[in-house]
Ligand binder design. Structure first.
Ligand code: ATP
Length: 324
């Protein structure tokens, strides 16, 4: 790759460049896109609630819905708001009020996409529910959240709920292959496996990982992906866990240190990787169950604000003690 080409490649953001424009281009959620198309064809869009982890296509699907309904007029009839906006629900409500008054181009409804709806308190959600009712004649809401359980029942019951699960291996591979081909990037099989593993179902992560590895230049292989995404290789996690389970706390701790300090992986990510890999390690069922239980405890404490390194060391220590 020439220097100029490398520079160009660094400037464009591929998650935007390759964001699917139509529902048919969204990969891995065929059931969802089919249902959405039916609503659009019947000109009967209800309020929608999109629930699921980051980078799985919630925002992309909302924009695609707007494009399919309004065509070239979509920007005028689609308002994207973020519920975690520091200025609070009042600002969100004011913007909704002024936007909801009339559509552009004589459509029945305008669409309001409210990202991170689960960041709203229950009181703010009650206010939102009233706003949704007040403007239901001329607006449709698409609410996006990570956990639908954080959305109050009166809102859930007014929406058609869609669950965006983490994207599977085939879906991520399909999109990564298409982007690599369009960009003329060579990606090895182990590079692809590493990207899928590092992404953990998050397409944004996979595409960003590919772009970051490609900017460095050369073939995108396993080494490039693990380094650029600061992800531990599954075997590095396994070495650490196996040492602890064998009672060798010193070796386990040294491996943990390498991952935290030399590779630069966040403690929370190590816990996630341990969780995802438990059943792939060569462990007996009893050991796997023990490990799962300890991972759960450490995860809970870290989420509650405990020191990551201490929790990880305590986890390894408890596995080592169990082996005695
Ligand atoms: N199912 C998918 N098919 C193809 N590309 C996808 C898909 N999901 C995500 N992407 C890619 O990842 C990027 C981010 O996705 P998107 O903004 O839709 O995620 P999201 O689910 O709304 O995440 P968040 O909860 O963080 O807002 C998109 O711009 C697109 O390039």
């Amino acid at each position: 790759m020439s220097e100029a080409a490398a520079e160009d490649r660094g400037r464009e953001i591929w998650i935007e460049k390759y964001r699917p424009q139509a529902l048919d281009e969204i990969v891995g959620h065929e059931g969802i896109t089919e249902r959405l198309k039916q609503y659009i064809n019947q000109q009967d869009l209800p309020h929608l609630l999109f629930a699921g982890p980051a980078g799985t296509g919630k925002t992309t699907s909302s924009i695609a819905v707007a494009k399919e309904i309004y065509g070239d007029d979509w920007r005028e009839n689609f308002l994207e708001l973020n519920a975690s906006d520091q200025r609070g629900i009042d600002v969100v409500r004011d913007r909704i009020k002024s936007f909801a008054r009339a559509s552009f181009g004589g459509y029945d409804h305008r669409v309001i996409f409210l990202d991170e709806a689960d960041a709203l308190t229950s009181e703010a959600q009650s206010a939102l529910r009233r706003t949704m009712e007040q403007f239901s004649d001329n607006t449709r809401f698409i609410l996006s959240c990570n956990y639908s359980s954080q959305i109050i029942d009166p809102i859930q019951s007014r929406c058609a709920v869609f669950r965006f699960s983490p994207l599977g291996e085939a879906a991520i591979e399909e999109q990564i292959e298409a982007i690599a081909e369009a960009e003329g990037i060579e990606i090895t099989d182990d590079g692809m496996d590493a990207l899928v593993y590092a992404a953990a179902g998050d397409m944004r992560k996979a595409i960003n990982g590919l772009q970051a590895a490609a900017v460095v230049g050369g073939v995108v292989d396993e080494e490039a992906v693990y380094t650029i995404t600061s992800t531990a290789r599954p075997e590095e996690i396994e070495t650490m866990v196996s040492a602890a389970l064998d009672g060798d706390f010193t070796a386990a701790r040294a491996q943990l240190d390498t991952l935290l300090t030399d590779v630069g992986i966040a403690g929370g990510d190590i816990i996630d990787q341990m969780h995802r890999s438990v059943w792939e390690f060569d462990l007996g069922e009893r050991e796997a169950v023990r490990l799962m239980e300890r991972v759960g405890e450490a995860d809970y404490r870290i989420t509650a604000g405990a020191n990551e390194q201490i929790q990880l060391e305590a986890l390894l220590a408890s596995l080592s003690l169990d082996s005695e």
